[in-house]
Design a protein around this ligand. Structure first.
Ligand SMILES: *Cc1c(COP(=O)(O)O)cnc(C)c1O
Length: 356
């Protein structure tokens, strides 16, 4: 029997048209609002061959079946919509603010009860499991604190209590972590970030192992209409084809920068989980000094979002809706694929400038 293909090979090849004469190598952009009657798609809201190529590739890498959504938050909202009225959702206290805001909104309307736990407090998650818990939401590493959750242990405890487990895998990407293999039921992505990888699209995805659950989620997407644009799906798939190369380079850069930042006198603390493209630093001079760093780099771009080929940074607490537990001097670095010496020269100079 042939050996299973390795992830880098699958990132390049999964979801392509068959190797038949005159087939294009890449699935083209199909612009269609409707299809001739009698097939599976019928209407543009219920399916598109370009989305399906992206879904086949991402599903292959995550080890499940994927569905593309119009944004990461559309994917989050569709998954949270699975929770029965009044049931409990357990989630990390400090994680992506859009997810926390959706949970707070649902709770304020009596739709769900939320129980927020520190991401790294595995015992806390395990002890939180009772009959009321319907869903355990994890994000690992977390945005922007870069904390890690013990997915396998928490998933086992959740399943014993009859709850489902979701992992937002945006920061790890399917190349560095496959949550379905660790026991999660659902994976969520903001494909806007590393999967797209070029800061030129918004898209989200959900990946599940269970066919019946896939049908339920597909039904919700058909009905609610949170579908991606065709061009976005095509760009996201193009991004996915080089994900392994970009992650490898960005991760090497991030690890080197984390090492150097730890020795810089203007840095009070470096948070780097040991893998991935994201590094967070606490700037010694406080929030004003952190703002000066963001405002004085020339190569690093001061912007929100992350996961592009270009290195970017931002002080997260500049946003009023960022959790208050995030230190006000935390600068989140999204490390790109440039030459690390150029990145260090620019960042180091910006940090030098905060003294005094
Ligand atoms: C950006 C982000 C989201 C939301 O994705 P959008 O594509 O911006 O809607 C969800 N989770 C994490 C971890 C993110 O970084």
């Amino acid at each position: 029997m042939a050996e299973p293909l390795r992830p880098a090979t699958r990132a390049v090849h999964a979801g392509r048209p068959p190797h038949d004469p005159d087939q294009p190598l890449s699935t083209p952009i199909t612009m269609a609002s409707t299809y001739v009657a009698g097939g599976d798609r019928e209407y543009g809201r219920t399916g598109n061959p370009t989305w399906q190529a992206f879904e086949a590739a991402l599903g292959d890498l995550e080890g499940g079946r994927a569905l593309a959504f119009s944004s990461g938050l559309a994917a989050v909202s569709t998954v949270l919509g699975l929770v029965a009225h009044g049931a409990t959702v357990v989630a990390p206290r400090v994680s992506y603010n859009g997810t926390l805001l959706q949970l707070a909104d649902l709770e304020s309307r009596g739709r769900v009860v939320t129980n927020l736990i520190e991401a790294e407090d595995t015992d806390g998650f395990v002890k939180a499991m009772d009959d009321d818990v319907a869903l355990v939401w994890l994000e690992s590493p977390t945005n922007p604190s870069l904390e890690l959750s013990d997915i396998a242990t928490i998933a086992a405890a959740a399943h014993e209590a009859g709850a489902s487990v979701v992992v937002d895998n945006t920061f790890a990407t399917p190349l560095l972590q496959q949550p379905l293999g660790l026991g999660a039921d659902i994976v969520v992505h903001s494909a806007t970030k590393l999967i797209g990888g070029h800061s030129d699209l918004l898209m989200g995805a959900v990946v599940v192992g269970d066919d019946a659950l896939w049908e339920v989620l597909k039904g919700r997407r058909d009905l609610q209409g949170a579908i991606p644009g065709t061009l976005e799906a095509w760009l996201a798939l193009r991004g996915l084809r080089t994900l392994h190369l970009r992650v490898e380079r960005a991760q090497a850069n991030a690890a080197e920068l984390a090492r150097r930042l730890a020795d810089h006198p203007a840095v009070a603390e470096v948070r780097y989980p040991g893998f991935g493209a994201m590094v967070s630093v606490l700037v010694a001079g406080g929030p004003d000094a952190a703002d000066r760093v963001c405002g004085s780099t020339r190569l690093w771009i001061y912007t929100t979002s992350l996961g592009g080929v270009e290195s970017t940074l931002e002080r997260r607490r500049r946003w009023a809706h960022e959790p208050k537990e995030v230190p006000d001097n935390l600068v989140r670095l999204s490390v790109g694929i440039e030459d690390v010496e150029d990145l260090w020269a620019d960042l180091g100079a910006a940090l030098d400038g905060t003294a005094g």
